[in-house]
Design a protein around this ligand. Structure first.
Ligand SMILES: NC(=O)c1ccc[n+]([C@@H]2O[C@H](COP(=O)([O-])OP(=O)(O)OC[C@H]3O[C@@H](n4cnc5c(N)ncnc54)[C@H](O)[C@@H]3O)[C@@H](O)[C@H]2O)c1
Length: 360
């Protein structure tokens, strides 16, 4: 039995290419048959979503038949992605690698040292163990996810990747060393994407010979859970690259938005000044931290108040993002307040350090 690689498996839907009793065409032209362990209503929803056909066999198993390629929403303007490379297996890299493997892509993740790689891979395995324990996936799926993921310390192992996502530390010197190395190691048609939150992607593309194939793909933490990705196009990124990355993002189950390569993209451009204003409000004694949070939760319907959100995001991360925005636009709106800087100086980083605006 051969399994198609689609993210449908993440929904508990299995694909196979042998359905002789039903006479389903399984030519590699892209017609697939999907056996579902999901409840019928989910199959019907999927079938209508993908213009598929529902077939019941004698045992009551539901098959969902549709054009595999239409599922991927490939257009003539986008290239096909089969193998994905991820550089860095830290907090974001491990989440991105997990997401790609779950979506059925052959995924290879590269780290600088074995202990970092082991730690990142253990984090991913831990997430799958937890999903298995909670009944979100079954053993076969857990095995399947694992079979799609491999770790390496050698960039040469990424040579045949169609798309590589860089998620190394937020340091421009490191990224500018990495991009030419990737450019030399990868096949000429491969795309190179950066997960940077604040650095200049145009500059990363400029140190390669394929600036048209470089753009940002900004995931949010935790990457396997958060639905949004920002596609960041530079002045050199081609339309084909944007369309390929858009289709790829959708195949991961994400909702992509496209932004130009300027500091903050869409989300941080709007979010950071809001968070900084909340800190200034608290710092100037205009309201208590609890009241600021309650006001925005109940008055605006936000899931959490700004100071709680700051603790969740990390005060150090917020400070870097504010500095990058301030550096780009030189507007007081983006200037980090003295309190934020001093909290970071004293190690009050939020949840991750046990203390920020609140204690954990
Ligand atoms: N943390 C977040 O919430 C968040 C959200 C969105 C985007 N980002 C961006 O994602 C990127 C990674 O952030 P993170 O939080 O995962 O950092 P992290 O420190 O957790 O992980 C970075 C990893 O990259 C590895 N690394 C460094 N140089 C490398 C190289 N040349 N090759 C392979 N691996 C290398 C490090 O060993 C480390 O394990 C940054 O650009 C950051 O701006 C972070």
């Amino acid at each position: 039995m051969h399994y198609w690689r689609t993210r449908l498996r993440g929904l508990g839907i299995y694909a196979f290419t042998q359905a002789p009793t039903l006479g389903v065409d399984t030519q590699p032209t892209g017609v697939g048959a999907y056996v579902s362990s999901a409840p019928p209503h989910q199959c019907i929803r999927l079938a209508s979503q993908f213009c598929g056909t529902l077939v019941h066999d004698d045992e009551g198993i539901i098959l969902l038949v549709f054009k595999t390629y239409s599922y991927f929403e490939r257009t003539k303007d986008s290239m096909e992605i089969r193998k994905v490379g991820v550089i860095g297996c830290g907090l974001m890299g491990s989440g991105i690698a997990q997401t790609c493997a779950q979506a059925g892509y052959e995924t290879i993740v590269r780290e600088v040292a074995q202990d970092f790689l082991d730690k990142g891979m253990a984090r991913i395995q831990g997430a799958w163990d937890m999903m298995l324990q909670k009944g979100k996936i079954n053993e076969e799926q857990a095995r399947d996810y694992k079979n799609h993921l491999r770790g390496t310390l050698d960039t040469k192992d990424l040579a045949d990747c169609d798309l590589v996502i860089e998620a190394v530390i937020e340091n421009m010197e490191e990224k500018l060393r990495l991009f030419p190395a990737l450019d030399n190691a990868l096949k000429p048609e491969a795309l190179i994407l950066s997960n940077t939150s604040s650095l200049n992607i145009t500059q990363m593309g400029a140190v390669t010979k394929r600036a048209d194939k470089v753009c940002g793909l900004h995931f949010f933490n935790p990457a396997p859970v958060m639905k949004l990705v920002e596609i960041v196009r530079t002045i050199s990124t081609s339309d084909e690259t944007v369309e390929t990355v858009r289709a790829f993002a959708k195949s991961l189950g994400k909702t992509p938005v496209v932004a130009k390569d300027t500091a903050g993209f869409i989300v941080n451009f709007l979010l950071i000044p809001y968070l900084l204003a909340a800190i200034r409000m608290y710092e100037n004694g205009l309201a208590s931290k609890e009241d600021i949070d309650t006001a925005m939760k109940l008055g605006c319907g936000y899931p959490m108040g700004p100071l709680t959100l700051l603790d969740y995001v990390g005060l150090d991360t917020t400070l870097w993002a504010a500095e990058a925005l301030y550096e780009e636009f030189k507007e007081p709106l983006y200037a980090p307040s003295p309190l934020l800087r001093r909290m970071v100086n004293s190690g009050m980083l939020g949840r991750k350090s046990g203390r920020g605006f609140y204690e954990y």
